[in-house]
Design a protein around this ligand. Sequence first.
Ligand SMILES: [Zn+2]
Length: 209
Amino acid sequence: MTGNVLWERDLPRNIGYAFDLKQGQSVRIRSQTIIDFVCFNRENLRERFDQARTKANQRKVFISTGDTLVSKLNNTMMTIVEDTFKDGHHDLQEGMCSRKRHELAAKRGMWEITYGRPLSEMPTHGCTENLGGILAPYGVALEDVPSPFNMFQHMIIHPDGELEHSKLRPKSPGAHVTLRAEMDLLVALSTCPDVTIGGSTGATLTVVA
Ligand SMILES: [Zn+2]
């Protein structure tokens, strides 16, 4: 990644974070946990990242270096300029984890089986609460947070259409993805509690001009 570093932040696991990114600036995200990533047109926060347009326009369900994030209004929002997660690929199928999602799994008796942990370790909140909370001051309602670009969430899609969660994640010290803003943006992300893997490692953001 080239350019002048404007700022850098270390983020703990299971929080939300939002920031402005000007057209032409880039953000590098280094992480070992899943990052639920969304962005909005800074001039019109109702224009947001769209999983469907991003997949349909590029005729693919996995995106990496050279690919773009596309808005619901079919504008290019960001370009992936670096991606060192070579062991796996990022997800564009899933939504966000949440307390409710965990409670539904527990109600079906699936939580402990799915995560291999006692119910007492169920997180009190997840990416839904993290992104909803961090975006509320911007006037973005929880219901309007788009399904994210789930970085470092290696998803296996079987030929019959079955989605399989994989435990594959970036190896220490974490892979990184760098995205360049193609318009002025509000960017928001959640460092997923990622109960499947556990641990406490968060992420590092670096923004360059
Ligand atoms: Zn999550």
